[in-house]
Design a protein around this ligand. Sequence first.
Ligand code: PLP
Length: 462
Amino acid sequence: MNAPSVLNAAVKRDPEKGAIVRQDNRHLIHPQHHPSEHRDPHVWVSGEGVKLTNLEGEQYIDGLAGMWNVYVGHGRQELVDAASRQLGTLAFATAYAGSTHLPAVELAETLKRLVYPNIDAFYFTLGGSDATDSSIRTARFYWGAKGRPDKFKVISRRLSYHGSTIGAAAATGVDEFSAVFGPRANGFLQIDSPYPYRFTTERTDVSPGVAAAELLEEAIVREGPETVAAFIAEPVQGGGGGVLVPQADYFQRIREICDRYDVLLISDEVITGFGRTGKWFALEHWGVQPDILQFAKGITSGYFPLGGIGVSGAIKEVMDSVPPDLRWMHGYTCSAHPVACAVAIANIKILEEEGLVERSAALGKRLRENLAALDDHPHVGEVRVLGLLAGIELVADKATGERYPSGSGVGKRVRDALFSRGLLTRVLDETICLAPPLVVSEDEVDRIARIVIESIVDVTGR
Ligand SMILES: Cc1ncc(COP(=O)(O)O)c(C=O)c1O
């Protein structure tokens, strides 16, 4: 498609924007690229606190904190200073075995203090997808080193999102991420999500949460426990599921099943880590510890790319005890990038000093109270909130939970209605997702809730 044909009237009206978009269309490939969604893109030029400003000078509340990641808000000078100090001191040095540097050491030490007590050591990646790959490779490595190389399969859940590399997309439970890219990598399978609003079971002997968890046991037994390396799950399914908060007894049962069958539990906390749900890490809500924790996004609030994994003491011990020729042969040039680590340290300092994890819990409650007006709305199936992470699922029929027919355009109309009232966020199918920066004020939380309610009424006519 040639560039000018994708420019719509709005862009043509603004010659500066028109020129930028024309260039963009010519040479830039976007995540989830398609020109049909890029006729009149937002051109963001600056950010301050919870607000983003576009090329036209209009301000919007950043309801998804960028990509669920700008926890401490936009325009934080402390992070600019941390990055610039590090760039001026040591912009890059390798952290491959045989070398290290101070920001990486300090960050690992800081994380040890904040994560689940059993997690002992950390490896840093550039983001969440490579963190997923690192987790999976580590799980397979662990079993191989323990003399069980046939334990290689990875079980995940439908409606999960774990990233877009070959391995992470194979674990992801949304088929569109794999369908157009040829066969999925071998050794990945999925079970149903807990999804309390829609999960049904014929079982009456256990709670729905336990029944949902026992789908994992069924899968492990069916595949053969001697073939299964790990179960990977987001504590709250975000980008694939539309903020699905599991039943309160789900993860405890999952932990028991993993222990019984020697399956490692990987907690993908790329969205839920660092206070997003009102706890530093989200399995804390249910008193469960994973064997591998993976993170990204909020660790630097998006000011510099960084992700990583934390592994249990048992896994670290195996990594340390294999002979050199059988080592954990995994690494990226920019693993533990010094600038990323320095920004992460400064970002975590802000999270701690400003009590943002506690604020996330408190403001999440306020958001939930504000959204209570939707509980009886005929087109709101469910309002899900945990900390400052929320999903509001719209349905055609509240009584039956029937979804809007595909192609109804309801999700898109709601997204536009939110935007026209000054709130930028993602609507996944018909679920409005909210994850504002954790520095959002009480007034801004109230405003976000008001905009959501007005927009739903506007689109559904009720
Ligand atoms: C839970 C989860 N895991 C992994 C990823 C992939 O992270 P990245 O986009 O940084 O590669 C994401 C991204 O949204 C995510 O939400």
